[in-house]
Design a protein around this ligand. Structure first.
Ligand code: PGA
Length: 260
């Protein structure tokens, strides 16, 4: 039986599920409902998507809904949060490869509707490219829903400690903790890129709904800080406390250090 405990803490909805499977199904359902209601209205659904281990089961459930329940992605526009820089899209560690493997290759999304920061853009062109990425999001009326994971540094996207609340899509230097966490995927930290292109905190802030997901006790400490510590650039996820439409979706493990 599904058990979910919903609370509101300082304006953030906190939904705690028994396990990440149930939580992921609930998030996928919200996404499917958005896609369907936009489709019925003859509109596009604009999704901000995340990579990493956290959203994989959400994507699995969306694929299942596409295959078994005819959920169509034809009216879906996607913008991914980030990409390593430099990064060839064909490399197995690229977020292009990740999204193809875990979602796009298995649903009917229109290729031209998929947007992932270009890890091959020439360094002289990065600033203009990032501005165009922002403008493209705006041209679709903004993000209807942004999915987020949270890193051990408290980053959202690759907005590492030091990021400002009004930061926009830009080239950033990765934190050493983040690079260490990625080392296994790159055969050692020496091969992890030092930089990335990421949507900014201010880009995320403009999304109409934000769902931050975290699973397992390993995330409990940073989840507690994100929700309950004072807002600080040292933990960029704390900025979410002052944004509208934020839901934190957790399993029991990730919620263990919360005081609620
Ligand atoms: P994870 O990463 O989903 O692989 O835990 C989250 C993040 O770094 O944002």
């Amino acid at each position: 039986m599904k058990t979910v405990n919903n609370t509101t803490y300082k304006g953030t909805t906190v939904s705690v599920y028994d396990n990440k499977h149930e939580a992921s199904i609930a998030v996928a359902q919200q996404i499917a409902d958005l896609i369907k209601s936009k489709n019925e209205a003859g509109e596009k659904a604009v999704l901000g998507l995340a990579t990493g281990a956290t959203p994989i089961e959400v994507y699995n459930e969306l694929i299942r809904m596409h295959k078994e329940e005819e959920l169509s992605f034809q009216n879906v526009i996607t913008f991914n949060l980030d990409e390593y820089y430099p990064m060839e899209p064909t490399a197995k560690q690229s977020y292009v490869a990740f999204m193809n493997e875990h979602l796009f290759d298995h649903v009917d999304v229109v290729k031209e509707h998929v947007n992932i920061p270009d890890g091959e853009i020439a360094s002289d062109d990065v600033a203009a490219y990032c501005e165009a990425y922002e403008q493209k999001i705006t041209s679709y009326g903004g993000l209807d829903l942004q999915l987020l994971g949270i890193g051990r540094t408290g980053h959202v996207g690759f907005n590492e400690p030091g990021s400002t609340v009004d930061s926009l899509t830009r080239l950033v230097e990765l934190n050493e903790v983040t690079r260490a966490d990625a080392a296994a995927n790159f055969d050692g930290i020496a091969h992890v890129p030092t930089h990335a292109i990421t949507m900014g905190v201010g880009t995320i802030a403009k999304a109409k709904k934000i769902i931050l997901m975290a699973w397992g006790e390993g995330k409990a400490e940073i989840v507690q800080k994100a929700l309950e510590s004072e807002i600080t650039t040292e933990v960029p996820a704390t900025y979410l406390q002052e944004f509208d439409g934020v839901e934190m979706v957790l399993d029991k493990g990730a919620a263990t250090k919360l005081s609620l």
